[in-house]
Design a protein around this ligand. Structure first.
Ligand code: FMN
Length: 201
């Protein structure tokens, strides 16, 4: 199972390009689920440390369904709009709240493969920094981060939306970076990823 997490509060460019990646992965035979923050209640982590003692998050919001989905995931895609040169606050809140699943199982993310997709309104609006935030999350949590390789997708998939869904659909270079990154993501899941979502570790 591959889980695509969309950190955009809108059903616009970011969700569209994430769905394109998941469609490619379904063609390769993977089951996929797109989980978006759009229309959901996702609180911030408040560092209350309830999870360290109780092995679950004290906040019973919509993130509980994502925790359950991620348990069996071989691969995770974080797709975020670029807000102020980095990932959206919603994306970051999802990342921070993962403290709870790691408190319950320190190997929760170990061996899962991760890729990032970022969408900025500007051509160079902070996409690479946002990707590095996503990869940093992967590295900290023992995941296997992948980019799409040189000549176009070095750190992952980067899009220029000009702030609209129609704009992102015209970004040929962005779709090239998505294709290269998605291809490598699938290769890494086959070669190096955990086969059962990591439950053997
Ligand atoms: C609060 C806010 C901050 C933004 N900051 C940036 C930015 O730093 N760089 C950039 O390229 N675009 C920025 N944008 C534009 C969005 O990244 C762009 O519209 C993107 O397509 C939004 O994703 P969505 O279509 O999925 O909503 C910002 C948008 C908002 C609402």
């Amino acid at each position: 199972m591959i889980i695509g997490i969309c950190g955009s509060p809108r059903k616009q460019a970011t969700e569209y390009v994430l769905e394109q990646a998941l469609a490619t992965l379904r063609e390769k035979g993977y089951e996929t689920t797109l989980w978006s923050v759009h229309g959901k209640w996702v609180d911030y982590c408040t560092h209350c440390d309830y999870c360290l003692t109780n092995k679950e998050c004290v906040v019973q919001d919509d993130l509980q369904e994502l925790y359950a989905l991620l348990t069996g995931a071989q691969g995770i895609i974080f797709a975020s709009p670029v807000y102020n040169g980095g990932v959206s606050a919603q994306t970051k809140a999802v990342m921070d709240r993962m403290r709870a699943v790691v408190a319950a199982d320190k190997n929760f993310f170990k061996g899962k493969v991760g890729m990032g997709i970022v969408t900025g309104g500007d051509r160079n609006g902070g996409q690479e920094f946002a990707l590095m935030q996503i990869h940093t999350f992967f590295i900290i949590n023992g995941m296997i981060p992948v980019g799409g390789g040189f000549f176009g997708a070095n750190l992952g998939a980067t899009f220029w939306s000009k702030d609209t869904l129609d704009g992102v659909k015209l970004d040929e270079e962005g779709f090239r970076s998505l294709k290269k990154t998605t291809k490598r993501f699938a290769e890494y899941i086959e070669r190096y990823g955990v086969k059962d979502g990591g439950k053997q570790s």
